[in-house]
Structures are given as structure tokens and as C-alpha cells.
Design a protein. Structure first.
Length: 613
């Protein structure tokens, strides 16, 4: 008897000897899911500290950690989650890594649960592998986007698990929480689900008794009351309340439209070469007559230009879907802001195959009446309202923003789920896909061929933000004095946010307490906002070339700008070769009376150093 026969016999005996074979199957399924997760994420501790938006959200995470406060406008549920990890460790690098790992784990559990409830085991594992193995998911640029996909996964499970009477109240409650506390575009999901629920209620109203109507009202009232309590709690914890919410929300929307329009315009035209992130105001003034118009104002001012913006975003949809589903595209135009992988033909072929599978599967499922197809139809009908709502929401996101894969993560899971449901419909022997032996063989092959994070060459492994933070963290009190001038080159606001937020915001534990009688509530809110905005820095890149031509002239420039501290990152001397080397710059600064706080040389010849006056 060969090894294969022995293993098969052992697994079969496990099932036959079990009181409940499904229980054993579930245990193995969970083991396999975690084995896949561990294999893919092996070496993930090498990932650099997340830059960009995450560093901005970190300020609010610190605020939650120190004083249980949020900004209701900026994803308060996410910042509360992020800030909760700071209770475990106040090291920003470790806390940021842990909060990302938590999101990966929770999202994987939700995806695995969705597959287990609705697909044969092997296809369920295929759904998990698709979610876990693609870097566009687990290594997505900013964690807030991964957090923003969780409500769709939760609503998908509610659609499958909840009974007919409670399904709509729960779905609407999750959508309301998501809109106010996570991402505002979920308001479209609310509108679609509410409209469908209203139509269904009107259709049944003639045949429903008054007592049944009261029970319907009780179910909606109960779920909405709990939803309201959660929202009220976060509103009471927000330092932005009342009319200030509109004041805070307006620039969030208008600046976003400014940047996304400028980025898309620059992809299409060569007559504007500014930065979409910092120079978009001039382009908006030229095209729409004002620097920060809302989308409504853009449409009123120049509808043709807005239509062109929409059409361009729509033209990127194929590329966006390919990157979302396969981590690469065969299109030449980038649907994202970060670089994406280009692979000829294959991503488009795979996308086309999945679309054909969906069309053919739909015809098969709704054209036959056997038990198998009735069961599949039931699952599709249960998820149908959510599928429609998410499609409409994502169309709005694609048109106004762009088909950026990180904005579509939840929709991607639903799409692949539909594809696998259709694949199941075509497989007459799909019951065999529940076999423990087939499932085990499938996972064994996957564990052999799937690359781990450690084996991949990904941008997130190549940065130095985490090294800079960990090197300079012991000196935060001297580098981050409130209103002091901290000069930074690479990473700028990222270094300042991670390094200085806990130091500068430590005073918030005192702000807002009733014993501060000298400050009114409004004055405390203004002081808090001022502290959050005070995390500024002096950007060396704006110095003239002359000021960066020698160590001596750089020292002169720092003194002229009032800099009281300087951070030298590993890229600074490569970027400005006139500064010579780390020892030469250090000698000049020490001669000028600067104090060295930190100094370490890296293998590439650069260094991480910090100096203070």
C-alpha cells in the first residue's frame, strides 16, 4: 500500500468514526485556512511602517488611545480600532503592524465563513486562497481601505445567515453604521436597500395583518435603536460636533475632488505638469473658476469637463478590475495611484473567462429546476439586494474617483464568490468537492506552490520609515517640541505624525476634563484642533539648490528657517550629493553648535541621524 492510499484511508476513517462528519470537515477547513494564511504571510514582519494616509489616521488613533476621542468625519470606527492597539503597545511601528494583521485575520475569517456556508469545500478554499494570496489584498497600500471592505463581508454573511424577517433590518443597520462611522459612500447601499425593502413591504402590505406590521416595526425599531446608540456614542466622543461637522466635511470632499480630477487630467493631457496632490488648486481654478469646488459645483460650472472626467475613469475600469482580481493588468493606463504590475494578455483573458462563466452559469441556473440549481438560486436571491447595492455604489465610486482596486475590495470578494457559484453550477460532480481527501490534496499542492511574502519583491519591504521611527523614538521629546521647527527630507509628515503625535497629543488627556474651568467646551475643541494641526515640519526639498549644495550652506538654510531639529534619512545624501556624506554633514553641524541625538550608518552608505539645537 502506497503513501497516498494510507493517507486516504486515515482521512476516511476520521470521517467515518466521527459522530458528525461535518464537524471534522469544519475543523480541517479551519486548519487549512490558517495553514494557507501562515504560508502566504510568512516573513510579513519585514514589512515597512505604512506611510501616507495611515500616518494621518495615526494622529486620531493616538487621540482615541489617550482620551477616547475621535473625529466623527474621519472614519471614527477605524481610528478607534487603530487606537485600541496602542493600548497593547505604544510603539507606532508595532501597533500599525498589529492593526494590519488584525484586519487581515478578520477579513480572512469572514471570507472563509462566506465560502464555507455557500460553496463546496474546495471552492470555498479557492475563495480563501484568492483573498489571502494576492498582495493587492493583504498588502494593500492603506489599512483603512481594508477596514472599509469589512462591512460588505459582514452584510454578505448576514444575507446568508439571517432569516427573512430580520435580514433587511440587520442589513440596513450595518449600512447605516458603515456610512456614518466608516465610509460615506455606503449611503448608496442604504438608499438601494431601503428602496428594495419599501417595495417589498408595499407589495405585501395588503396581505399582512396589523399585528404582523407591529412585529415588523419592532424588528426595525430594535436594530435601529442599537445602531443609534452606537452612533450617538461616537458622536459624543467626537471633538467635532454640530455645525463643525459640515465645516470639516466640506474641505475633505472638495480637496479629494481636486486631487482625483488633477490626477486623471494629467494622465490624459500633457499641458499641466503640477503635482495632483499639492498643485491641483490652480488647475481647478482654470477649469471650474474656483480652487476647491464641490462635485455639484464642478458639474454646474463645466459639465463637459466633468463628463470627460467620468468617461476617463470609466475607461480605466477594465484595468482596475484586473488588478483587483489578479494583481496585474494588461492595460497600459494605471487605474491606481501606486504602480501596478503589467502582464500581457493573461489578466484580460482571465477577466473575460470569468464574465463568460457568469453569463453561462446564470443561463444554466435559471434554466433548470433540479434541487441543485434551486439551492444555488436561493443563495443568489439572498445576496441579490446586497449585490445590486454594492454594484451601484462602486459605479458611483468609479465615476467620481477612479477604479482604484483598494476602493473595490469588498466588491471583488462578491464578484469572485459569484464566479465560484457559477463554476459550481457547471460541475455535475460538485459533491466530490466536499471530500476531505480532495480538499487535503488541494491544500497540499497550494502550500507547495504559493509564494510567501518573504519570497516576493514588494515595495512595502523596501522602505525605511520604520527604521527611522524606531531609531528616533527615544528622542521624540527633543525633536517634537510643540511649535518647534523640525526639518525633514523624505517621508516628511509621516515621520512627524508617527514620532510626534504621542508626544504632542499627550496634553489631550487633560483637555476636555471638567476641572479645566478656565476653558469652555468650544475653546477646548479649538485647542485640540490646533494641537492636531500643529504637527508641521520644515521640508528640506523646498530649499533652493544652492542651499543644499554643501553641508555649510544647508546649515545656513536651517538657521534661516528657524529649524531647531533635523532628521537625516537614508536617502537624503543620495538625493543631494553636494552634502557629501554623513560624517561630513555631522562634522559641520557639530561645529555649528548642533547636538547629535542619533547616528547610525546603513549598508547602502546612507545613515539615519538626528540633531537638535
Amino acid at each position: 500500500m502506497n503513501v497516498q492510499s494510507i493517507l486516504k484511508s486515515f482521512l476516511d476513517k476520521m470521517i467515518l468514526s466521527s459522530v458528525n462528519g461535518k464537524k471534522v470537515s469544519l475543523i480541517l477547513y479551519v486548519v487549512f485556512v490558517f495553514a494557507i494564511l501562515i504560508k502566504v504571510l510568512w516573513g510579513y514582519w519585514e514589512r515597512d511602517l505604512t506611510f501616507g494616509d495611515t500616518s494621518s489616521y495615526f494622529k486620531h488613533a493616538v487621540l482615541w488611545h489617550l482620551n477616547s476621542q475621535v473625529n466623527i468625519v474621519w472614519s471614527p470606527l477605524y481610528t478607534a480600532y487603530f487606537g485600541s492597539w496602542l493600548s497593547i503597545t505604544e510603539n507606532a511601528s508595532i501597533a500599525t503592524f498589529l492593526h494590519r494583521m488584525g484586519l487581515i485575520l478578520v477579513s480572512t475569517i469572514l471570507v472563509a465563513w462566506l465560502g464555507y456556508l455557500s460553496l463546496p469545500r474546495v471552492l470555498a478554499l479557492l475563495l480563501v486562497v484568492w483573498w489571502v494570496a494576492l498582495p493587492i489584498h493583504y498588502d494593500t497600500l492603506y489599512e483603512v481601505h481594508l477596514f472599509g471592505a469589512l462591512p460588505i463581508l459582514v452584510m454578505a454573511l448576514v444575507s446568508l445567515v439571517a432569516g427573512d424577517k430580520w435580514r433587511n433590518p440587520f442589513l440596513l443597520s450595518v449600512a447605516i453604521i458603515s456610512t456614518i462611522l466608516v465610509r460615506n459612500e455606503y449611503i448608496i447601499v442604504i438608499c438601494v436597500l431601503a428602496a428594495l425593502s419599501g417595495v417589498k413591504f408595499v407589495h405585501k402590505m395588503r396581505s399582512i395583518s396589523f399585528s404582523e406590521m407591529k412585529l415588523v416595526g419592532l424588528r426595525y425599531g430594535t436594530t435601529f435603536a442599537l445602531t443609534g446608540l452606537l452612533i450617538v456614542y461616537f458622536y459624543s466622543a467626537s471633538y467635532i460636533q454640530g455645525a463643525l461637522i459640515a465645516e470639516e466635511s466640506a474641505p475633505k470632499h472638495t480637496l479629494n475632488m481636486c486631487q482625483v480630477y488633477a490626477y486623471g487630467y494629467q494622465q490624459q493631457h500633457s499641458d499641466w505638469s503640477g503635482s495632483p496632490w499639492t498643485d491641483c488648486l490652480s488647475l481647478m481654478q482654470k477649469k471650474f473658476g474656483t480652487t476647491l469646488p464641490s462635485l455639484r459645483e464642478m458639474i454646474a460650472s463645466n459639465p463637459g469637463e466633468v463628463v470627460q472626467h467620468f468617461l476617463w475613469n470609466l475607461s480605466l475600469t477594465r484595468a482596475g478590475l484586473e488588478v483587483l482580481l489578479f494583481n496585474a493588468t494588461s492595460a497600459r493606463d494605471n487605474p491606481d495611484y501606486a504602480p501596478v504590475y503589467f502582464v500581457p494578455v493573461l489578466p484580460s483573458a482571465l477577466l473575460g473567462f470569468t464574465l463568460l462563466l457568469c453569463v453561462g452559469g446564470t443561463a444554466l441556473i435559471f434554466g433548470k429546476s433540479s434541487k441543485k440549481y434551486v439551492a444555488i438560486r436561493e443563495k443568489l436571491f439572498r445576496l441579490g439586494p446586497l449585490l445590486l447595492a454594492v454594484v451601484i455604489m462602486e459605479i458611483a465610486v468609479i465615476l467620481t474617483q477612479r477604479p482604484r482596486p483598494s476602493y473595490l475590495l469588498g466588491a471583488g470578494v462578491l464578484y469572485i464568490w459569484v464566479v465560484l457559484v457559477m463554476l459550481n453550477a457547471f460541475m455535475a460532480q460538485s459533491r466530490k468537492l466536499d471530500s476531505v481527501w480532495i480538499m487535503s490534496s488541494f491544500v497540499a499542492v497550494l502550500l507547495l506552490v504559493m509564494p510567501s511574502y518573504q519570497a516576493l519583491s514588494l515595495p512595502s519591504k523596501n522602505g525605511a520609515l520604520g527604521d527611522i521611527y524606531n531609531e528616533l523614538r527615544p528622542h521624540a521629546s527633543m525633536l517634537c517640541e510643540l511649535n518647534g521647527g523640525l526639518a525633514v527630507n523624505e517621508y516628511g509628515i509621516n515621520v512627524v505624525s508617527y514620532l510626534c503625535s504621542p508626544y504632542n497629543l499627550s496634553t489631550i488627556a487633560k483637555i476636555g476634563k471638567p476641572d479645566i474651568g478656565s476653558l469652555s467646551k468650544e475653546e477646548r475643541e479649538e485647542k485640540l484642533k490646533a494641537i492636531l494641526l500643529s504637527l508641521s515640519f520644515i521640508d528640506i526639498s523646498v530649499f533652493s539648490e544652492e542651499a543644499r549644495s554643501t553641508p555649510e550652506k544647508l546649515a545656513d538654510g536651517l538657521e534661516m528657517t528657524g529649524a531647531r531639529a533635523l532628521i537625516v534619512d537614508p536617502y537624503m545624501l543620495t538625493k543631494y550629493p553636494g552634502l557629501l556624506g554623513c560624517p561630513e554633514l555631522r562634522n559641520v553641524l557639530l561645529e555649528r553648535g548642533w547636538q547629535q541625538l542619533a547616528y547610525s550608518v546603513r549598508s547602502n552608505g546612507g545613515c539615519i541621524a538626528a540633531y537638535a539645537k
